[in-house]
Design a protein around this ligand. Structure first.
Ligand SMILES: Cc1cc2nc3c(=O)[nH]c(=O)nc-3n(C[C@H](O)[C@H](O)[C@H](O)COP(=O)(O)OP(=O)(O)OC[C@H]3O[C@@H](n4cnc5c(N)ncnc54)[C@H](O)[C@@H]3O)c2cc1C
Length: 490
């Protein structure tokens, strides 16, 4: 595919001259900041960044790119580490000027433009005593999170973000601007809920909001490794004990300013007062800890405290799989030992983490797997790794180590398609199969694709592929996960 030449960039600028859109080329001020991403390892030198302000402008950019067969990507919050919102030489459609959030307390709905972050949605909703499901890390983008499924602290009570999605406005690969909902363009609405990144640019999401108490209980506890068996024992009871209002993330990481020894980290959430939370989490709270930061706090704050692991900058990679309870203590000890070795062996990798995410799944599983494109509904939980480093030369090494660790968890605790259940992998955590850059292609060739469309969408893939032929026959939206790549054995 051709890159965007300077001549074409000027032509694009001319095409947009009667609009509010701005085309920034590499020679211009502001360009380096515009190609920044949450992880430096996923930054690429775009041919141009187009800052758009409307669906019409996006339509013009896409029509131009499609006509000239120039690759383009969409950037929402920029949190993807697979390079899905970056392009080597193509066009970035930057949604940062499209972040308006309008809350309607009467209908308990929130209309969100495609470039907003969850921070903006949470704050606007809280003013009306409402909350959307959102994301446990509110600095992330609404766009990428929602279109891949989306879960947050309120998922146990209200389901996934897509289960609360009422409608979208979307710009398709041929430039058409459409609305999709349960009543309009139902097949497109089905596809968008779980694989939306592969179908167009969503410029507006309408989300259902719910009454939300202002304060919740939560925070981090750091525990010594000697407490591993007690933590695993508590975790193994989670599914039978939860009422839907609790969540527990736990795993291994380094403590801020005290990298060694690595510790068990637990992040607690309870949507209610501290007295009830302390009763639920009693056995965990009773353990001798290194540091206990749990307390009652505004719900808004709860969605920001993961920021400790997720500060922008530095090179990072995210990967994930799923696990079913009960967890095996021996496996957890091995994951700890592998992680400990990793931290001791490589320079400046502090802040990396592997986290087992216990979010109640009952509500999520009330919707059948084939009811939306999202295929990861089942009686299991996500596990996510965040590896963090500085040296570009370590890119391949880090991703290789991370994938090996995730593969070990998947093989020993994961859920690979139990009959009637989901696929056992969250597409928004799964690494890349996008390859418009030479280095990424090389990484994929050497490491093997971490996953493929068949593994991510299972029995929903044939319908998705059929809908691609209707809505994006040239496969212009292929940078997130390429739905048309044939499956690869690995
Ligand atoms: C630290 C961290 C914490 C996370 N926590 C959670 C969590 O609690 N819950 C959860 O569900 N996920 C979580 N995720 C995963 C998250 O959902 C993905 O990283 C998601 O891709 C972020 O979306 P973004 O818009 O910020 O990313 P971007 O990099 O901007 O985009 C990711 C993909 O979505 C596409 N995209 C973005 N906006 C639009 C749009 N408006 N229209 C069409 N396509 C669009 C991009 O083109 C790209 O393919 C987390 C990720 C990280 C790194």
């Amino acid at each position: 595919m051709p890159f965007l030449t300077y001549k074409r960039a000027i032509q694009l600028r001319q095409n947009l001259q009667d609009t509010q859109a701005t085309v920034i080329t590499p020679d211009q001020e502001g360009y380096p900041e515009l190609i920044n991403r949450w992880s430096e390892a996923s930054e690429k030198e775009a041919g141009a960044v187009v800052i758009v302000t409307s669906s019409h402008e996006i339509s013009l950019v896409i029509t131009f790119a499609t006509y000239h067969y120039i690759p383009f990507v969409v950037q929402g919050g920029g949190f993807s580490t697979s390079g899905a919102s970056s392009t080597h030489g193509g066009i970035v459609i930057n949604l940062s000027m499209m972040r308006r959030v309008v809350v309607d307390p009467a209908s308990q709905t929130v209309a969100v433009q495609g470039g907003a972050t969850w921070d903006e949605v949470d704050q606007a909703s809280a003013k009306e005593g409402l909350a959307v499901v959102g994301c446990t890390t509110s600095a992330a983008g609404v766009g990428g999170t929602t279109l891949g499924g989306g879960f947050g602290w309120l998922t146990g009570r209200h389901g996934l973000v897509i289960d609360n999605l009422i409608s979208v406005k979307i710009v398709l690969a041929d430039g058409r601007i459409m609305t999709a909902s349960a009543d309009e363009n139902q097949d497109l609405f089905w596809a968008i809920r779980g694989a939306g990144q592969s179908f167009g640019v969503v410029t507006e999401f309408v989300l259902r909001a719910h009454p939300q108490r202002p304060s919740v209980f939560g925070g981090f506890i750091y525990l010594p490794i000697e407490q591993l068996s007690a933590v695993v024992e508590f975790a193994n009871q989670f599914d039978t004990q939860t009422t839907g209002d609790e969540a527990l993330f736990f795993g291994f990481t380094t403590r801020p300013h005290a990298p060694l020894p690595i510790v068990i980290v637990a992040l607690l959430f309870y949507n209610g007062p501290s007295t009830a939370a302390e009763a639920f989490f009693g056995p965990l709270l009773a353990l001798e800890s290194i540091q206990n930061e749990t307390h009652e706090m505004p719900y808004l704050k709860m969605n920001t405290i993961l920021g400790r692991f997720v500060a922008p900058g530095t090179r990072k990679s995210v990967s994930g799989t799923t696990f079913a309870l009960p967890l095996d203590l021996q496996l957890m000890q091995e994951v700890h030992d592998d992680f400990d070795k990793f931290i001791r062996t490589y320079p400046r990798v502090e802040g990396s983490a592997v986290i087992f995410e216990l979010i109640p799944y009952t509500r999520v599983n009330q919707i059948p797997v084939e009811a939306t494109a999202y295929a990861n509904r089942g009686r299991y939980h996500n596990v996510v790794s965040i590896f963090r480093w500085y040296d570009q030369e370590l890119d391949m090494k880090m991703m290789n180590l991370e994938r090996a660790m995730i593969r070990k968890i998947r093989d020993r605790a994961g859920v690979v398609s139990i009959a009637g259940q989901g696929v056992g992998v969250y597409a928004n955590y799964a690494g890349t199969n996008s390859s418009d850059s030479v280095s990424q292609a090389l990484i994929n060739t050497i490491l093997g694709h971490e996953t493929n469309a068949e593994e991510l969408f299972g029995k929903n893939l044939p319908r998705l592929q059929e809908l691609k032929t209707v809505y994006d026959p040239k496969n212009m939206f292929r940078k997130w996960h390429n739905l048309l790549i044939p499956s690869t054995a690995h």
